[in-house]
Design a binder for this molecule. Sequence first.
Ligand SMILES: C[S@@+](CC[C@H](N)C(=O)[O-])C[C@H]1O[C@@H](n2cnc3c(N)ncnc32)[C@H](O)[C@@H]1O
Length: 316
Amino acid sequence: MSETDVPHRSVLVEEVLRLLDPAPDALVVDATLGPGGHAEALLRRLGPNGRLIGIDRDPAALALARARLAGFGDRFAALHGDHRDVAMILARAGAPAADAIVADLGISSAQLDDPSRGFSFSADGPLDMRMDPGSGLPSAAELIAALDETQLRDLIATWGEDRNAFRIARAIVRARSSEPILTTGQLRTVVESAAGPAARRFRIHPATRTFQALRIAVNREVEGIRELVTGAVERLRAGGRLAVIAFHSLEDREVKTAMHDLAHRCVCPPGLPVCGCGRTNLVRLITSGAIVPSDDEVAFNPRARSARLRAVEKLP
Ligand SMILES: C[S@@+](CC[C@H](N)C(=O)[O-])C[C@H]1O[C@@H](n2cnc3c(N)ncnc32)[C@H](O)[C@@H]1O
């Protein structure tokens, strides 16, 4: 694949490789395979006996990754599923304990750039936004039709962190009373009208935060993070490592709390020679605070600017 064909620029790749540091014959799992950028870098790092299993809830992402990584033959396998089910998916696939697991949360540029998916206001398309169109979850258009004004305001304020959430929610309710909002273009126009002329001074397009908020809500992106972290740690061998990249502050907080809880389960008083509470710690944190991309990486790939990487190692 040439540079111009790259559907997505992977974030913090060198940092992920350094933290996971897989042995040549390792079994690595990518729980958010996407177009396979991290997976390709990891497979290149592994030796001829190293394997990688990728998971994604988006069938289109799996197809992209399968095409990109076909040259790795049976060293690579792609499985459809939700990362919150990572323990079950790997158990069902008969996979042995993993040496390293990576999850790069959120959306890929390949998804964002496809107007038929409805993730972006840059081109008109159906207001869908489901990463797994077969999931049975309501689409963004269905969510917008179903929520009342307060629920819409809370959704846009929480997941979009948009100070205009009140005005946008009100404008959506007003607009949908004359015709249903079914396309990305319609929603963009409604948000622009709510933001008014002052929006011309915004650093980002006024619809950016509303679209982000809807995407996170439609795909219930933050709800599954704790299960992802717990399930991934369950499937690691002792000494194996998990690295997670988050792009939203609430997402990162969930990753941080989930990892912290697994690292601090023991409630014995300090100084006790042996744990007596039976709640042994399962991991140790191997990143103090989150790792963020360098200025050079952000200049090359602006999507990286909000990335936060955290990692743990499973204890024996
Ligand atoms: C940022 S992209 C991954 C990009 C990939 N690391 C790369 O370097 O090419 C995130 C991917 O995770 C997938 N995804 C998001 N939430 C998921 C979930 N709950 N379960 C499985 N896959 C998920 C998305 O469909 C998307 O393809």
